[in-house]
Design a protein. Structure first.
Length: 319
């Protein structure tokens, strides 16, 4: 796995070098610009082993401000609003200039939920979100589960359209939540943590995911679309989002607002496949003939993430 990562890093460095050489003669072509927006799901999440919920909100706002990302979007799981300071935390994100959107109230799997119940859950979340500023009419499917079978999927699509809610799709899927979960477990177990190695694991995992889906997009559409990165409002993000943004920029990426990202033509390209759990680029690629078996990468494989953490010695023994 380390060899693969080294190859990716080497490729990224060589690309950066050739871009720099080109830049000496002429400005880079507009089409060469790589753009990505940041989105954070499940906000406001509860207390973690590292930050309380309130501390996390403070740290994340500060980190985004320091990194000068501009607006990001928080997809709110509205039953979290009832926790202590839950409403105040979302207000703080909005006051800091970030966008607020719907991630349902109960965070159910659409494929396992009665269609009418699911739609009612979306509607209830909308009523709870109505008072917040910087609202956007976007709904992100929990687990990226856009529904099976076909009739259920289409019923919810129809309901969203009726309500003027757009699918808050992602283009880059990854298991940042799993990395955070492993970190929380290690801290709770009293294991030592190599913070630098943890940071590098987070950054490498997410960069790898971004490159994976951007390659698929480029192969499928002949262009690099405006991406939307799936992240979660977790301690990992609060600690390392600045490092991730710096690493993306070092490789030629520009952080854009979710408003800009959802203006991409991808927004109007509605996938037909029911294989929709890895976001829009993957689904459209499957529609275009990509073998779904090839849609696998380090950042969505729990055992591979565990192996990477172990190989890099991120978590030590119990002190
Ligand atoms: Zn979620």
């Amino acid at each position: 796995m380390r060899t693969l990562l080294l190859i990716i890093v080497a490729l990224s460095l060589s690309q950066g070098l050739s871009q720099n050489l080109l830049a000496a003669d002429e400005p880079p072509q507009q089409t060469a610009v790589k753009r990505i927006a940041l989105s954070f799901d499940d906000a406001p999440r509860g207390d973690g082993a590292i930050f309380s919920g309130e501390q996390r909100t403070t740290a994340l706002i500060k980190a985004l401000q320091s990194a000068e990302t501009g607006p990001v979007v928080f997809f709110v799981k509205t039953d979290h609003l009832s926790m202590t300071k839950g409403v105040a935390r979302i207000e703080r994100y909005a006051e800091a200039g970030h966008l607020i959107a719907n991630h349902t109230h109960s965070h159910a799997w659409l494929s396992r939920t009665d269609t009418d119940d699911y739609i009612a859950d979306i509607d209830y979340a909308e009523t709870l979100l109505a008072a917040f500023s910087n609202r956007r009419a976007w709904m992100r499917f929990p687990y990226l589960d856009e529904g099976t079978p076909l009739a259920k999927r289409d019923a919810v699509r129809f309901a969203l359209n009726e309500r003027g809610l757009a699918n808050g799709y992602v283009t880059v899927d990854n298991y940042d939540w799993y990395l955070d979960q492993q970190w929380q477990a290690a801290v709770r177990a009293g294991r030592s943590v190599d913070t630098k190695a943890l940071r590098d694991a987070y950054v490498d995992l997410l960069l790898g995911a971004v490159l994976f889906y951007d390659d698929i997009a480029t192969n499928t559409f002949g262009r690099s679309p405006a991406h939307i990165l799936l992240l979660h409002e977790n301690d990992m993000a609060a600690m390392f989002i600045g490092d991730l943004v710096a690493a993306l920029r070092a490789r030629g990426w520009t952080i854009i607002s979710p408003d800009e990202a959802y203006q991409d033509p991808l927004n109007a390209m509605i996938p037909q496949t029911l294989i929709n759990r890895q976001g829009r680029v993957a689904a459209l690629a499957v529609d275009a003939g990509l073998d779904p078996q090839t849609l696998t990468h380090l950042a969505i494989e729990e055992d591979q993430i565990d192996a990477m953490l172990s190989e890099r010695g991120v978590f030590g023994q119990v002190d």
